[in-house]
Design a protein around this ligand. Structure first.
Ligand code: CAA
Length: 340
């Protein structure tokens, strides 16, 4: 399959890498030559790590399947195009319109958006019935989940095709049957971010992250994850979802964004990343698990009650998309048994 990825940032390059590993021919498009250079370096670095673990055989062969381009006309012959530009409606709508005008009639067009409704983006697309959400998790090469999102106009055939596409690259697809803000995993994650941010002042960044890592068993601290996925990305997401009525609030995120401290990519965010990942130690003082997870549990219940995904799908999605050891309903059962 010929796959084009629009935007070669943190998500775009990782999505392209996954498709290339599974034998697809990938075109990575960006408007910035430096971004494409950085993307190529990042893909090679990641493939080398995977090779050391015996997960891929030949880095050069995979790299031969990846082309980079500054010319959007080069995507015209794609079977699948995935948009992964920054979370900004104007930017996304412009590029989606451009792409949908260029591609073949039978091309599947997808967005990796985290925060914008697929149905809203579909207004800018020529064949909205062939447009859907394929939402990957960072880093796409390691996280097994893809949320497959059906917009109001997405045809059943393309939705099912999206599920097959995700399976064809070794991912576990979770069907998101209603196009709600943040889909499934991010609705839950945004609640956790908001709860963690509201605890700042009462606890430090390190104390909150210590609870996330050592009491809840998350693979990363909450503020570490905000840094890792990008302060800019998260700030832009928070603005977009807030505009659409979902309360994702974190004043500390805005402060960092305004100072240009964008997290791991710029070397500084909530943590200093210049010497690699921060070492989060177990603290004596830290929030109780329920102070962090309760709002996420409530969100999981809302998702199930509203027929977006099932209880089992929600738990699987957070385990695969966020690497949590338990799903929200499993945390709920654990907290209930502790109270008894
Ligand atoms: N490619 C290849 N290998 C990689 C890699 C990459 N991009 N990134 C990390 N690795 C490797 C590391 O080199 C390391 O290898 P060794 O074991 O040989 O040292 C291995 O993976 C494990 O990495 P770490 O030791 O650094 O740490 P870890 O065990 O914590 O695993 C992680 C890393 C898989 C990223 C894990 O921390 C994790 O699951 N974190 C949560 C990530 C998450 O929540 N992602 C979703 C964010 S939300 C999102 O993306 C959606 C959105 O819309 C905003």
């Amino acid at each position: 399959m010929k796959v084009s990825v629009l935007g070669s940032g943190l998500m775009g390059h990782g999505i392209g890498e996954v498709f290339a590993i599974y034998g697809n021919y990938v075109t990575l498009y960006d408007i910035y030559p430096e971004a494409l250079k950085k993307a190529t370096i990042n893909v090679i670095d990641s493939l080398e790590k995977l090779k050391q673990k015996g997960k891929v055989d030949n880095v050069d062969e995979i790299m031969k399947r990846i082309n980079t381009t500054l010319n959007i006309a080069d995507i015209s012959d794609s079977d699948l195009v995935i948009e992964a530009v920054p979370e900004n409606l104007e930017l996304k709508s412009k590029i989606l319109l451009q792409a949908s005008t260029i591609v073949r009639e039978d091309c599947v067009l997808a967005s990796n958006t985290s925060s914008l409704p697929i149905s809203e983006l579909s207004r800018y697309v020529r064949r909205p019935e062939r447009f859907l959400g394929l939402h990957f998790f960072n880093p796409p090469v390691l996280m097994r989940l893809v949320e497959v999102v059906k917009g109001n106009e997405t045809s059943e055939k393309i939705f099912n095709q999206g599920i097959e596409i995700a399976k064809s690259i070794g991912k576990i697809p979770i069907p998101v049957r209603k196009d709600v803000i943040g889909f499934v995993v991010n609705r839950i994650l945004f609640r956790v971010f908001t709860s963690a941010c509201s605890l700042l002042g009462k606890y430090t960044v390190e104390e909150i992250d210590s609870s996330a890592k050592y009491l809840l068993g998350f693979p990363m601290g909450i503020f570490e994850l905000l840094d890792y996925t990008g302060i800019d990305t998260n700030y832009l997401i928070s603005l977009e979802v807030k505009k659409r009525g979902f309360n994702y609030t974190c004043p500390a995120l805005e402060e960092l964004y305004k100072k240009g401290n964008l997290g791991s990519k710029s070397g500084k965010g909530f943590y200093d990343w210049r010497n690699g990942r921060p070492k989060i130690l177990r603290r004596d003082k830290m929030p109780k698990p329920e102070e962090i997870i309760s709002s996420a549990i409530q969100e999981g219940e809302w998702i199930v009650e509203n027929g977006i995904s099932t209880k089992e799908e929600v738990d699987l999605a957070v385990k695969l998309g966020l690497g949590w050891p338990k799903g929200v309903f499993e945390y709920k059962a654990e907290l209930n048994s502790m109270v008894r």
